[in-house]
Design a protein. Sequence first.
Length: 231
Amino acid sequence: MDTNLQINEQLIPNEGKFNDAFFQQFKLRPRHEPLRLTDNIEKNYQFPTFYADASCSIAIFHCDYAAAKAMMPDPSMEPVKMTKGRSLVIFSCYEYRNVMNVAPYNEIAMTIPVMSDGGMNLPVLTMLMGDKLKKFGYYVFHMPVTSLENRIRGRKIWGLPKDVETINVKHENQMANITACVDGQAPYIELNIPMQGAAQVFDVKSNLYSVLQGDRLTSATAFKGSFNLTK
């Protein structure tokens, strides 16, 4: 998807696309004040943000634990431990076709799973327990998006490191090919993720960690969907 640098003056009236029972567990509420997007445009979004008709491809890799720890922006966060001095890095690639009151966009969440505030961090076991642990979550170290409006929202509200980039997703031969590039340059990341695998339904609530104006923020996220898993 090419970058979208246009910001509509009005909220997109698409509330009717979010009638699934999943969304009924959340009570929408406005922010304490409208968000200023440009000198002339401000919007009063409802939260939490709803996403429907979304596709997600996820790739998980081992990485060096010490290198991951050096990326932590706050001493209260520690990368989850794996064996052999390693941690994990996760690339979650989204195609958001319906976003409440916002235009569609693509996104890649580049995260490191972490434990916060001195929580139990045992090699492998902590990751296996994952979202069952209250102090478990994901630190976002980079989050390219195709939408300028979403970049502004992410940075101003949550301190998420969002940048506007071109993110292309192709589904061919049972593979999801994802690339991201800046200003028409060659892609700096390319992922090829299998679309086949053992089907499994997930209904997950987890924490997303970010830093806004020097303060660590913890944001609750929730999703429900079917994934094909390949290990």
